[in-house]
Write a protein that binds this ligand. Structure first.
Ligand code: SF4
Ligand code: SF4
Length: 477
């Protein structure tokens, strides 16, 4: 319930700034938007709970789960895509695409994310459904709240909370399945063999699900969610929003007994639109922050209009430009292509394309090299100058590989690898499939080959599919 200023309580000196939150009991409604919401809920919940169970063959020794964030193996998998820790920029790109897609969605269709797709909406809908099945629809739930505490009330409250807890636990369990083999995780969780971190994650995720969808509900959308606060910046007069057509609804009043609406507005002040609203607002007061764009008030009002033989759409899903046009007797039209939507669409397309191209063309071998700084160089007893390097080879292919490493830039320079060859001009580096090979390499040079204090040096790694040249420096006295 939204906060409102209150006058001083009668007989009291106290001025209260906020009303006590009233519990919202949305009424059952049916119609196009309610059906869409059921579909969205079903698909999203099915995805959340079933996606970790999908298998994907990546060959022997590799995880067989299609969607997996393998924290221990420091790898993320999405079907054929495998992301290494060094490629975390893909995550950045994904977040940019997701954020701009949300802006685009909002500019085109208003708060469709909030009303249909957000997890808070999905779980709140589910939790309200449980209340309705156990206690009853809106009036029964209001009466139930006012009933004195007794065995029956306690039993029903316990039943509702128990079912909520089971749903929340399922939510938390499914969350953990994305971080390890889902079937093994399920077995471990239910036999008490899962890690403390797994049980902790279930408690935290499930606990938040229980509290936010069971008890906080619309308060999350109105007070806690930042998106609701800035989404108006993404709207323009052509964005689709939920609106009450005051020009035809007013002057409102109780339905006339003879059903003659001549000379008056079509709103019969039945409050059906308010009673079905999950945030408890009255859309007839205009577009509000608390409106999550779920469209249930449209379904409710359309049913009322049908009952009185009036045209549907007194509460509609339309743009303010169209509302104004219709109010003035003009023609309404939906404008999807606008500068704002074109810019958002172009950014999504650009970032998405760059990511896709980078993904399909990325090399299967990459190299990291780090020049040791302490000490920068060492002069050996035979007079040669030696520099140390930490050299890492990422073999992202599915086969074990042998790479050959040579140097360029300093004539006659040789390499020693810890645990391997010494004074060599070419090294053979073996790196297992899907792993990082780390090598400690010392490069030695005669001092008279060094023309400056820091001389450019190239490490040249040659593998079966590509050659990687790494630029670094060789330091001398
Ligand atoms: S006013 Fe209508 S669209 Fe907005 S939250 Fe309430 S029921 Fe949903
Ligand atoms: S449901 Fe329609 S007719 Fe009833 S109060 Fe709301 S806007 Fe008016």
């Amino acid at each position: 319930m939204s906060a409102v200023s209150l006058p001083p309580a009668p007989g009291s000196q106290e001025r209260r700034a906020y009303a006590t939150a009233q519990k919202v009991h949305p009424r059952k409604v049916s119609g196009k938007y309610r059906s869409l919401k059921w579909w969205a809920m079903t698909l999203l919940l099915a995805y959340w709970h079933l996606a970790p169970l999908i298998r994907w063959d990546r060959g022997p020794g590799a995880p067989g789960q299609a969607i997996l964030a393998d924290m221990a193996g420091r790898r993320a998998y999405f079907f054929f895509v495998e992301i290494w820790p060094q490629e975390v920029y893909y995550l950045t790109g994904l977040l940019v695409v997701a954020a701009i897609s949300l802006f685009l969605m909002t500019a085109l269709a208003g708060r469709v994310w909030c009303g249909f797709l957000c997890w808070q909406t999905v779980y709140t809908d589910l939790f309200v459904l449980v209340e309705r099945l156990v206690i009853g629809d809106r009036n029964a739930r209001i009466a139930f709240d006012h009933k004195p505490l007794g065995v029956g009330k306690i039993a029903r409250k316990a039943a509702v909370n128990l079912i909520w807890l089971m749903i929340a636990a399922a939510c938390g369990i499914s969350f953990t399945l994305y971080f390890g083999d889902a079937f093994e995780q399920l077995h471990d969780i239910f036999t008490g063999n899962a890690s403390a971190a797994t049980y902790g994650a279930i408690i935290v995720v499930g606990g938040f699900c229980f509290l936010l969808a069971g008890y906080a509900r619309e308060q999350v959308c109105i007070y806690m969610c930042p998106y609701g606060r800035f989404q108006s910046a993404m709207f323009d007069e052509h964005s689709l929003i939920i609106s009450y057509e005051a020009w035809r609804g007013e002057a409102r009043g109780p339905a006339p007994a003879d059903r003659n609406f001549a000379g008056r507005g079509h709103c019969v002040d039945c409050l059906a639109c308010v009673q079905v609203c999950p945030t408890g607002i009255d859309i007839r007061n205009g577009n509000q922050l608390a409106c999550i764009g779920c469209g249930l008030c449209i379904d409710a009002c359309n049913a009322v209009m049908d009952r009185f033989g009036l045209p549907r759409g007194l509460v509609s899903y339309d743009s303010t430009a169209n509302l104004a046009a219709r109010g003035a007797g003009g023609v309404a039209r939906i404008r999807l292509i606008r500068p704002r939507t074109l810019i958002y669409g172009a950014i999504v397309l650009l970032v998405g394309s760059v990511m896709a191209v980078r993904l399909v063309s990325r090399p299967d071998t990459t190299v990291n090299i780090l020049h040791e700084r302490a000490p920068l160089f060492v002069q050996m007893s035979d007079g040669t100058i030696r520099n140390g390097y930490a050299y890492k080879v990422l073999n992202m292919s599915s086969e074990n590989r042998s790479y050959s490493l040579t140097l360029a830039g300093i004539e006659g320079a040789t390499m020693d690898v810890v645990g391997g060859a010494s004074r060599a001009t070419t090294l053979q580096l073996e790196v297992a499939r899907d792993s990082v090979g780390t090598f400690q390499i010392f490069v030695s040079s005669q001092p008279d080959r060094l023309t400056e204090k820091k001389v450019p040096l190239n490490f040249i790694l040659t593998g079966p599919t590509r050659t990687v040249v790494s630029d670094t420096l060789f330091a001398g006295p």
